[in-house]
Design a protein around this ligand. Sequence first.
Ligand code: NAD
Ligand code: WQD
Length: 331
Amino acid sequence: MKILVTGGTGYIGSHVAVELINQGHTIEIVDNLSNSQIEVLDKIEQITSTRPVFHEVDLLDQLALDHIFDNTSFDLVIHFAGLKAVAESIEQPLRYYDNNVTSTINLLESMQSHSVKNIIFSSSATVYGDQGVDQCVETMPTGIKLTNPYGKTKYMIEEILKDLAISNPEFSIISLRYFNPIGNHTSGLLGENPNGIPNNLMPYIMKVATGELPELNIFGNDYDTEDGTCLRDYIHVVDLAKGHLAAIDGLKPGFTAYNLGTGRPTSVLEMVHAFEKVSGKPLPHKFAPRRPGDLPKLYANPKKAEQELKWHANLTIEDAIKDTLTFISNK
Ligand code: NAD
Ligand code: WQD
C-alpha cells in the first residue's frame, strides 16, 4: 500500500514507519518537526535500508497538504501528528484545539477531495475519562469527565470521524486508543527523548537513570492499590506499532475503535523495581503528593483487538526497559 504517515518522525510514528516499511509498504511522512528531529529519517533508513519521502509541512497549512495529495495517490493515511502534553494543553488550550482538531479537519478535507477513504487515527485511553472503572472496554461511552484540553481533542476528533463515516459510507476509519506506550526499537536507534523535564513516567525514569535528574517523584502512595501507587497499562511501542499493521488488515467501512493495551496493570513502584532489576542499579526515588487529575487505576480490556484484528501485545515491561537502556546508551 501507499501510505501517508502524519507525525511520522515522532516517537510512535517512527516506530510504525519501520514496521510498515518492513512489511513492504511504501510510505511518505509529513511532519512539521515541532516535536521531532529530521535525523529520525536517518535512523529509519539505518534500520530498514529505505528512506521515506519526507514533507516538512504543518497540517494547518491546507494548501501544502493538498499539494502532497496532488502528487501521490495514497491508499491510506495513518494520523499521528498532534500535540500531546497534558499540562501544556491546560495552559494553551487554543493552541491544542487548533493544532489537533483543525489540522485533523484539514487532513480529512484533503483526503476527501483526493478520494482517499482510509484512515487510522492515534487516539488515547484518555477518551474514556473518569467513569470509576479500572478496565476500559470499547463499549463504554467516551468523553466522560475529561479533565484537560488534550484529552478533549482526542474525544472531539473521534466524534468528527464518526460523523464523517456516517456522511460518507465509503470511509473506513479505525481509531486506536493507546494506553501507555513505553520502550523503543530494539536497535536503540529510535526512542522518546523529550527536552526539559518530562511529564511521563518512563522519560522521567530515563533522565534519573542517566543522572540528568536526581530522583523520581512517585506521585501518591496512598491510592487504593496493593502498594498504594497508581496502576497503568504500559505497552511496548513495537507491540503498539504492530497493532497498526493489524489495523490495516482490519479496515472496514464505518468507524471502529480498538484499545491497544496489554490488559496487564503495573504500579509505579513495580515499574521502578523492574527498572532497578533490569539495569542492575538503584533508581533514586521518593514519594510525593498525588498529581491532580491522575486516576488510581487505568488499564485496557484488549479483547476486541485480539478477536477482530488478531493482534495482542507480546512484549513485557522488562523488554521495554532493556530496549530503553540500549537507547540511553546510544545517546
Ligand atoms: P510525538 O510528539 O513524538 O509525535 C507527534 C509528531 O507530530 C511530532 O513529530 C510532531 O512534530 C508532529 N506534529 C505535531 N503537530 C503537527 C502539525 N500541526 N503538523 C505536522 N506535524 C505535527 O508524539 P507520539 O508520542 O509519537 O504520539 C503520536 C500520537 O499518538 C499523538 O497524536 C498522540 O496524541 C497519540 N498518543 C500518544 C500517547 C503517548 O503516550 N505517547 C498515548 C496516546 C496517544
Ligand atoms: C503514569 C503514572 C503518574 C511521572 C498520560 C496521558 C495519556 C497518555 C499517556 C497521551 C501515573 C506516575 C509519572 C512521574 C510518577 N498520553 N508518575 N512520577 O498520566 O497515565 O497518561 O500519558 O495520550 O493521555 O494522560 O501517564 O506516564 O504521565 O504517568 O509517579 O514523574 O506514573 O502519577 O500514575 P498517564 P504518565
